[in-house]
Structure formats: C-alpha cells, structure tokens
Design a protein around this ligand. Sequence first.
Ligand code: ADP
Ligand code: MG
Length: 846
Amino acid sequence: MNANYLQTPVTYLKGVGPHRAQLLESELGIGTYQDLLNLFPNRYIDKTQYYKINQLQRSGADVQIVGKIIHIKTVEQKKGKRLVATFIDDTGEMELVWFRGQKWIRENLKLNMPYVIFGRCNWYNGKFSMPHPELELLSEHEKGVKVSMQPIYPSTEKLGNSGITNRVVSKLLQQLFIESNGKFMETLSDPLLHELKLFSKSDALFNIHFPKDQASLAKAQFRLKFEELFYIQLQLLTKKMLRKQKIKGFNFDQVGELFNGFYKNHLPFTLTNAQKRVIKEIRADLGSNAQMNRLLQGDVGSGKTIVALMTMLLAIDNGFQACLMAPTEILANQHYNGIKELLDNMDVTCALLTGSTKKSDRNIIHEQLENGELQILIGTHALLEDKVQYKNLGLAIVDEQHRFGVAQRSKLWHKGRPPQTPPKGRVNEIHRKYQTVRPSAYSLLKQNQLERKKQTTEAERILWEQLKTKQLGVKFRRQHVIDEFIVDFVCLSKKIVIEVDGAYHNTPSQLEADEIRTKILKDLGYSVIRFKNQEVIGAIDSVLKKIQARLDSLPSGEVGGAFPPHILVMTATPIPRTLAMSLYGDLDISVIDELPPGRKAVKTVHRYDSNRLKVFRFIKDEIKKGRQIYVVYPLIQESEALDYKDLMDGYESIVREFPLPDYQISIVHGKMKPADKDYEMARFVKGETHIMVATTVIEVGVNVPNASVMIIESAERFGLSQLHQLRGRVGRGADQSYCILMTSHKLSSEAKTRLETMVRTNDGFEIAEVDLRLRGPGDLMGTQQSGILNLKIADIVKDNDILKTARWYALKILKEDPSLESQENLIIRHTYAQMVKHKRIWKYIS
Ligand code: ADP
Ligand code: MG
C-alpha cells in the first residue's frame, strides 16, 4: 500500500461529507485517514462476561447480569418520583432505577421472566443499583448476534448533538477497514516484532477498534503503546546523542589544587556514597569535551550544596568562573553564607548578587566579574541581567530548577558568550593598549585601512564568488566594518572573519600589524582565518574546506569559538523516574538517594483544627526544650486577600497564646518589604525568635537546624510536593523533629490521600509517584512541559513498564546503529522520518 494513503483527507471516506469532516477536524483534530485510525477508544464495554450479583464490585463499571425482576414500585422524592425494581439472581438482589420514561417501563416490563440487564452499577444506600439499564429478555438475547466488546470513542457534546455518535464513528472506522482491506504498513522492525511477540500493525489496529476478546485487546494495546513510547524515546535519545556530538564544552581536565585541597582539608564531613557517585558522574561529564547538561535530583537535606560547591571548584581549578542561581533571595543568601563558610580559609573569591544588592557593590561585582577577579557568583534572577558579563563562565548551576522557566535557563546558557558588542569604552581601551605598546605597527594598521577601501584583489573576488552562494550554509558579508576595521569577509552569526592577505604582507612590521589586527578582532570575540592570495587563487577548494572545518568546529549556534557553560540543574522536587525519563530523557540525570547519616526521620501527624489547644501545648513543650517552630499558612494567588487575612488572624492568635516577653515571634510574608523580611528571617535564623509564622516563602531551601516543628495550617490546601518541601525545613538537626498537618474536618478524598501519604512516608520519590497519580502528569509539570504527555494511547504513569522496555530497545538500537542504516532498521528510520515530516512527534517535546 502507498505510504501516503493514510494522509488522505478524511472527506474521501464514504460517509464523511464536508460538514462531518469539518466537525471531526474541529472537535477531535481528525483530518486524515491516519488521524481517524489513531482515534483510540477510551474504554470498551465488555459484553462477553455475565456477572453474578455477588460478584459486583464498587468500581462503577458496566456489567451484564442475568436475572429476574420480582417487584416494582414508584417512590416519591423531592422532585418528581422514581421507579424502582427489585432484581434478583441466584446469588443476591439489587435495584434497577428509572427517573425518566417510567410509564413505558411500567407497561412493558415483565415480572419473573429472565432478563439480561446491562449498565453501570452504583453502590447506593447499602445496595447495588443500576440506573436506566439496557434490558433484553434472555430469549431475545440468545437469538441476537453478539458484539463482543464495544469500543467507546472520545467524543464531545457538539459531536453528539450533530449526530456523530459513537455508533457513527465506529461505522466510519469499519468503512476505513473495508476500503483498505485492513492492511496497514508496518512501522516496527521484524526483530522487535519477534522478540516482543507483538501484533503486526494491521492486527493491532483491527483489534484496538474491533477487539475479539480481552486478550486480543490487551495485545493490541501493548503493541500500540510500545510503538508510541518507542518513537518518543528514539527521539529523545537521538537528541541527547546529537547534543553530545555537536555541543562541545570546555574540557575541565585538571582536578587541581582547590578541589583536592578542599577534599583533603576542608570537607566538614564524610561524603555519603551517593554524593561521591554523583561527583564522579559530574567529573566524567566535565572531562568529556562535550557540554554537561545534568539534572541533579536529591531530596531536601540530601546534601546537594556540597556537590555544587565541589563542581564549582573544578571549574575554578581549570581557570573558569562559576555561578549559582537560586529562585529566591532568602535562598541565594543562604547558599552564599553556606558556601562562604565552607570556603573559609580557602583562596576563592565569591560574591552575592540579588535584587537588593546596592548599586555601588553591584558595580564592583560587574567589574570583578569581567576582569576575572571574581570566581564564584551566587544570586537570584539578577544574574541574568545583561549587565552581568563574565570573563569566562565555565559552569552555571541552577538550584530548584522547576521554579525557573526555560527562557531563563537558556539565558544563563548564553552567558558563556563574550559580549556581542563590547561597550564603546572597551573598544577604545583595546585600541589604546596596542597604540601605546606597539605604536609603529599600530599606525601601519591604520594606514592599511585606507588602502583596503580602494582595491579589490583577484583573490578576494574569487573567494567572494564562492562565499556568496552560501554553499557553506551561512551568510558572509564582504568589506564589512567591525569597530573601526574593514574586514574582507565576515559571517556575523558565527563571528568568523576571513582575511585574504595580499603580496605586501611580507615585511616584519606588516606582519606585526596583521598580528595586532587579529588580536583586536579576537578581543572583540571574533575568530579569524587568514589566507594568502596565492592560496585562494591556486587552491580555492582547500580554502573552502578549511573554512568549513572552522565552521564545524564551532559549537552549534555559538559564537567565536566560545562554548556554552556546563549546566547543572538541581532540584529537591523529586521527579518520578517515569516522568524524568520522558521529560528529561535528553538530559543526564544524577540522583542522591541517600541522606547523610544520623538523620532522624521527621514524625508526621495529622490533626484537626479542633485539637489546636493540644498542639499549642506541644509547641510550648518544644520551645521549653530550646527548639524553634514554623507555622505556615497557605497563600494562593486566587484567594490572596482571604489568605492574608487568615495569616494575620493566625498570627494574632499565636501572639495571644504565646505572649511577650517569654515568647518571641517572627512573621514573614510576601507583602513585606525585602529588608523587613530579611530582618525577621535573620532573627529566626539566629535563634532570637521562637516561632516563625509565614506563608510559603520559606518553602525552599531555608536551613535552620534548630527548628524542629513544622506546623502547616490548612494543610488540605497544599499540594503533596509543597507539603514535602515544607516538611524538609525541619529534621535538619540532631533532634527528633515533627510535622503537624492541621486541617478542618471537611476533606476531599484526594486531600485525604495526600495527608495519609505524608503521614506514611518521608521518601520524596514515593511522594512524587503518588502526586503523579493524583494529579496526572500534565498538572504536575506545569503546562509548558505537558506537551509530551499528550499521548494517544500510552499513559506515562500506568505504562511505566512498557516505557522502560521501549527506552531499553531504543537505546539498544541506537547504540548498534546510530543512524539507523542497517536493513532491519530501515522501517524504523522510515517511520521516524514520516513522523517528523508530518510533525506527529515534535509536539511531544517542549
Ligand atoms: P539540600 O540537598 O537540601 O540542598 P544541603 O546541601 O543543604 O541539602 O544539606 C543539608 C545539610 O546536610 C547541611 O547542613 C549539610 O551541611 C549537611 N550535609 C550534607 N552532606 C552531608 C554528609 N555527607 N554528612 C553529614 N552532613 C551532611
Ligand atoms: Mg538546597
């Protein structure tokens, strides 16, 4: 069959006119035969099974039962009345209920005759009941043809109202199978089909739409889910491989004095095995000539900071600068203080830059950053401002990466570049330098400029003929002015200058002038290639090859031979492995899955508001023991005003309960001035206040080891990952810590699950898995990243095992045959190319 057959517009299908086509497109995004084939049923109604009443489950599933109606009555209710029939089989009794069409039912129902009923079963008032069942006399039922499993397709109200019912959709699919003889092109290779014992594509498609029985359906689902996940993994892994080949990185091959010195003399504790392993993984990346793009996951308190610091020391050992960006000022401050302390007695310069850094300090930082005096810069978004320019940024670390957008991360990435156009003052400075150091060569250089304007040599003309065709894939300009120089040719996007030197470039002073010119251009961030006239005239091919080679050696999209910095993103929000594999399948992932020794697990309890007095008593006891307490209130944007009121009310009641002078209480919230916040925070950190009342601003990273109780008010309003983050604020010292989840009595079942999970476990990954199940992958990762989760048939959470299998095979195939050239992989390459061509796959990736 023709490969393009499936791209046929759906209007060509019998039964689809322009009106239906338009509806299918707008409501379900179905434009082609392929789209229709890939409209997979949401669920199936299984009419192959007959249930007994005592086998019914409270699952709300559709079931089919054989039995008799023995009694029927009308029940009056607030609005109207309902008809209730008692239905029995030899195992028990249940109710059938009608709210509409009661007259017809009453007149036609036959008592004490065997019926087959079908419908959704509810558990109501201690009994099973089935509203509006499908009814058929058993004798009729036995005569009829059996549709075994009936597919139920996704639909919309508009479709239903326009007569495109489930039956119609099913009919259209039948028509499609008739037209195509049910034969569809295979999309997986023979070895895969054999090894995994998969259905062929045609069998799978047939059985997903018209399953013979449960077993065939399961096989069809497996094959299609595998295929979907396989091609996504193939894409992610290909991307990762390409990045490793193309995006070159600084090679940190020195494990030098700072790193070793710190390890030997300054490490305040023994690293955990997990920390050691992660540092090893990072070191391998940094010495590989490729840019590192690594995600470091580790639960709160697992000790990521020290890993970050040691990675930064590696950068500095290799002559580079490093930066660490945190999402809030409090966190940046804390990182700065912590790292300063660790670096005590070491010869490393480190500064803090946040929104509240004074202008005068800021200027000093900018200057020291540019001249390379400053080695480590820690801060907030302020690090991303254009004014912040590094001499040579080799490593950028982002803490709590989920709080930053993609755009912000990419901005950091580009901080590795030299400034696009140096400020005017700096250009002059560069010139002045050479003017004073090499006056005669410099004046010759100036003189050359004048001549350049006048003449075009034969060699320049020949080279231009070639360059202007863009055969090298980039655009060159000729006789372009850079700063005060006219250069022969320049590619601005790659910052490459090509110079063709005429015959007069042979005297020592002229060579010196050329050298200065190259140096100045390099200072301006350009990479310079020089050719002699004769070279261009005699061997233009080899000249072009050399230019090509230089272009290739540049990291893609980067300029002037500068590499992007290595990137390490750290997060304490565990991303379930399942999800990480798909979302960050193109990143390398390290996990710190071990807490430093001696930590006591935080004890978590759930208390109702009515127990508040007991909780207060407990707080008093803890304060007596010298501990400090957090009380956290929710702050949700939509209900901000109310939430602030709750916070202030709560604060007042705590002040009343814990009066001065025995108790000191801090409060921190988003409406306070940064200076006031910092002041209050600092008092708590220093142990001057006993209780910190706050909104979630303290959620991430804050470290006060003496705080041992975390009270979360209206805990039912927090998400699981937030609760876990908050709990991570305690349990940092040697004492037993507690987390108390306060709620009202009214709890949704989801909220109950969240609270129970928190009480049951401290394991961030386990919590993340529950969160994923509760909220679904899209919500969990935020909309911008949820594209990948718009899967047609697979479910990232439920089909975890298939995902792993798919990834394993994708990896194996790419390892053996990276460009999919072998005969047996041809079909995979072809399918992948088709998907890319029809953009059926890119939308998965953010
Ligand atoms: P997080 O991963 O949450 O950023 P931190 O880096 O802040 O964790 O570490 C939490 C605490 O554990 C810090 O006080 C740190 O000094 C301490 N710590 C880290 N690693 C170890 C270790 N291997 N042994 C003992 N204490 C450690
Ligand atoms: Mg941290």
